[in-house]
Design a protein around this ligand. Sequence first.
Ligand code: GDP
Length: 182
Amino acid sequence: LPEYAFIGRSNVGKSSLINMLTDRKSLAKTSGRPGKTQLINHFIINDNWFLVDLPGYGYARVSKTSKKAFQKFITNYFEQRQQLVSAFVLIDIRHKPQPVDLDFMQYLGEREIPFSIIFTKADKLKPKAIERHVGDYCNQLLQFWEELPPYFVTSSSKKIGQEEVLGFISETNEEIEGLRNN
Ligand code: GDP
């Protein structure tokens, strides 16, 4: 099955987003506490794709050694990904572009791993501010890349962006299916 990986800094709203996308409150447990999602979780959605819930990166308060171990864990996943179609990098829309996120996207890009950006918690900003923050991000990315990745503005608490993300996934799945049959 085609696989889509969800990743972002701890507390970015990943569990909430996964719950929104899957419509099952109990599926991924949310927490107000950073670092709750520790291991890789797989969920089969509609019998036709895998949602991979990767642990959060960029904890502020962990030792260098555990940061290293952690990076290894994540890079192992990306190096062994057989079915991975695309990664979704989650970004809290309230924050200015952060080096840890930009570095991670750089890492994906260098390995030619397709990714999209999901901006989270859009309900926390006014439309003008959303536009500005997304624009800042795009400008940062365009310093490294010629093209922008697909991106989605979402809010799990207001159910914004659910259809767009799921639509993107099913379109991509159809494309893959089409390529397979040709
Ligand atoms: P994770 O650590 O990335 O899995 O993040 P969680 O989904 O556990 O969310 C972290 C915190 O952000 C929790 O307090 C959530 O209630 C809050 N949160 C998550 N998504 C949203 C959102 O769309 N809007 C708002 N206002 N808060 C959110």
